[in-house]
Write a protein that binds this ligand. Structure first.
Ligand code: ZN
Length: 238
């Protein structure tokens, strides 16, 4: 069962739990530690917190789009999105923490007040895909759980709800297939049938391990706990 097979209320609950998980990691960091780098190229923790906050604000715009029918895109452009994060990273720690709390509360309010008919209204993601507005639950879930690990102070893929790991795995492999990446790569999640990323290609490289380790590796967050293929570089995902 995937994330989108769950009832909307359960999906929103998992997104909220991820937000709480991120908020907990954030609360455990001192203001000084916020200035330290993350594994994401060129991003300090301040960039990351700004990004997670502005992502909530961008999803609020999609909820407004769904509610009113007037297109309000997540971001004006990739440049504007990047500039916003850069500027956000220069805020002081208290202001950044506020930005996070405030944007999260605003998104939650939009979710709570959206008329039920508007959950199927189509909106456009930053990548240009048309999706029902209910997809924002998954978009946010992905962001908060993965970026909680990127904060680098104790967040782990092993803490994610299993349905989130399953759907991330499907998402990532699906994206590789759409981009025609990963020929010859065979993924062996512990206790499951092996999956060839490109089914008709000759199997050349095998990566195996428990689900949480496989997803972490596939998401480009490092090889930890894999039983084989730890030296294989995963294709680019997002
Ligand atoms: Zn992100």
């Amino acid at each position: 069962m995937g994330f989108n097979d769950l009832d909307l209320s359960e999906r929103l609950l998992i997104a909220r739990r991820g937000t709480a998980y991120f908020a907990q990691r954030l609360a455990e960091l001192t203001d000084e530690e916020l200035a330290e780098p993350t594994p994401l190229t060129g991003w300090s923790r301040k960039h990351l917190v700004a990004h997670v906050g502005y992502n909530a604000a961008a999803l609020c715009r999609l909820m407004d789009w769904a509610a009113t029918g007037t297109p309000t895109p997540m971001y004006e452009s990739t440049e504007q999105r990047g500039r916003e994060i850069e500027e956000g990273s220069t805020l002081n720690a208290a202001a950044l923490r506020n930005l996070f709390t405030h944007t999260v509360a605003r998104l939650d309010e939009k979710w709570r007040h959206l008329p039920s008919s508007a959950w199927s209204a189509e909106v456009r993601t930053a990548q240009g895909r048309l999706v029902p507005s209910s997809e924002t639950a998954w978009m946010r879930t992905r962001e908060v759980w993965i970026h909680a690990v990127d904060l680098g102070n104790g967040g782990q893929f092993g803490d994610f709800p299993p349905v989130v790991l399953d759907s991330l795995f499907d998402d990532i492999v699906g994206m590789w297939r759409r981009k025609e990446l990963g020929a010859g790569l065979v993924l062996e999640v512990e206790g499951r049938e092996p999956v060839a990323v490109v089914p008709e290609s000759d199997a050349a490289v095998k990566v195996s391990g428990p689900l949480a380790s496989m997803v972490r590796w596939a998401a480009g967050r490092g090889a930890v706990g894999l039983t084989s293929g730890a030296d294989v570089t995963p294709p680019h995902w997002l």
